[in-house]
Design a protein around this ligand. Structure first.
Ligand SMILES: [Zn+2]
Length: 304
C-alpha cells in the first residue's frame, strides 16, 4: 500500500486478497465528475478540495474475481466524514428500520443454533463490525452469549447502554474463545479484508463457524458502465471499497484457513428445521441459503 499525494487517501495497487496485479476497469476524476458534488452533499463537512488528485478507480483481479477501489480513504478522513453525517442520521437508519429487517435478524440468530446443533445458551457469538449493536441485541434475546466488536466509540457506548458487551480491539480477545463469528456488510468497507478476517478467525475455536455477508459485486464492470450519474451501490465511492463475488469471498476465507461449509450440510440442517416447524417461511429461507452457498456472497465457513 502506498500513500497518495492527497494524504486523505492510501493507494492499493495490488489485489488485497492475492497481492497479484489487477486491471483497471473504471477510472474517472472525483472532483471533475458528478461524484465530487454527490460526496460533498452526502457528507456535509467535506469539500471538493478533500478529493484533489484522487480518482474513483476500480480494479478487477482475474485470479480472485475481486473488484476493489484503488484509492481508499484513511481512517482519520473517514471518521471526519462520518462525524459530518451526524450520529442521529446514522443511528436513525438502523433503529427506525422496517419490521422485516428485525425479522431477518431473528432468522439469522435462529440459524446459528440450528447449524451448530446446540442450545443458544451454550454458544458464544462474536459480532464482528457490530455497529450500533442491533443484531447483537436480537441474538442476546435468543439466549446466546453474545459480544460485539466495533471501533467507533459512539456506537460502542450506545450498544453498552443496551446491555451488550463490546470489544473495541480484537487483541483483547483470547484465541479460540468463540463458537460463531457473525459479520454482515462489514468486509466491503475494510482496507485489508484478509488481515481483518484473519484476526476475527483467530478468536474462533476449531470447528467454529463464520458467517460472512457482503454485497454481491458480480459483473461490476458492466454495472459501472450502465450507472452514469449515480453511485453503484456495490462499489459506492469511498464506502464499499471491496466488491466481492462468490469466488473472491471464498478466496478471502481460504486465505485465513476457513473452508466453505458444503451446501449439502446447510441443506440437511435447515430443511430438517423446516420439518420441525411446519413453516413455509423456513423452506424459503433454507432454499435461499443453499443457493447462496453455491454462488452467492452470504457464506458460512468452518474453521478446521
Ligand atoms: Zn487477487
Amino acid at each position: 500500500m502506498a500513500v497518495a499525494s492527497n494524504t486523505n487517501f492510501v493507494v492499493r495497487n495490488e489485489c488485497p486478497l492475492c497481492r497479484g496485479s489487477a486491471e483497471v476497469v473504471w477510472h474517472e476524476s472525483i472532483a471533475d465528475s458528478w461524484i465530487g458534488p454527490y460526496l460533498v452533499q452526502r457528507y456535509r463537512d467535506v469539500s471538493l478540495e478533500d478529493f484533489k488528485d484522487v480518482p474513483y478507480e476500480v480494479r478487477h483481479c482475474p485470479i480472485c474475481d475481486f473488484y476493489y477501489q484503488t484509492y481508499v480513504a484513511t481512517d482519520t478522513f473517514l471518521e471526519h466524514m462520518y462525524i459530518g453525517e451526524g450520529k442521529e442520521t446514522s443511528l436513525k437508519k438502523k433503529r427506525d428500520a422496517d419490521i422485516n429487517r428485525f425479522i431477518g435478524f431473528a432468522r439469522e440468530a435462529e440459524r446459528i443454533a440450528v447449524l451448530l446443533a446446540r442450545r443458544p445458551h451454550d454458544v458464544t457469538v462474536l459480532e464482528f463490525g457490530a455497529g450500533w449493536g442491533f443484531w447483537s441485541l436480537m441474538a442476546k434475546a435468543y439466549g446466546y452469549q453474545v459480544h460485539g466488536f466495533d471501533t467507533a466509540p459512539i456506537r460502542v457506548a450506545y450498544a453498552k447502554e443496551n446491555g451488550i458487551h463490546f470489544y473495541t480491539s480484537l487483541k483483547e480477545i483470547e484465541s479460540g474463545s468463540f463458537d460463531f463469528v457473525f459479520s454482515d456488510q462489514v468486509l466491503e468497507h475494510i482496507t485489508d479484508p484478509v488481515g481483518a478476517l484473519r484476526e476475527a478467525t483467530r478468536c474462533l475455536c476449531p470447528g467454529g463457524l463464520v458467517r460472512l455477508g457482503v454485497p454481491n459485486a458480480g459483473g461490476a464492470d458492466t454495472l459501472l458502465r450502465n450507472s452514469r450519474g449515480r453511485p453503484l451501490k456495490e462499489l459506492h465511492p469511498l464506502e464499499h471499497i471491496n466488491g466481492f463475488t462468490y469466488r473472491s469471498l471464498v478466496v478471502c476465507g481460504e486465505a485465513v484457513g476457513l473452508t466453505v461449509l458444503p451446501s449439502l450440510t446447510i441443506a440437511r440442517k435447515l430443511i430438517r428445521r423446516v420439518g420441525l416447524t411446519q413453516n413455509a417461511q423456513y423452506l424459503q429461507d433454507a432454499v435461499k441459503h443453499v443457493f447462496s452457498q453455491n454462488s452467492g456472497t452470504l457464506l458460512y465457513f468452518i474453521k478446521t
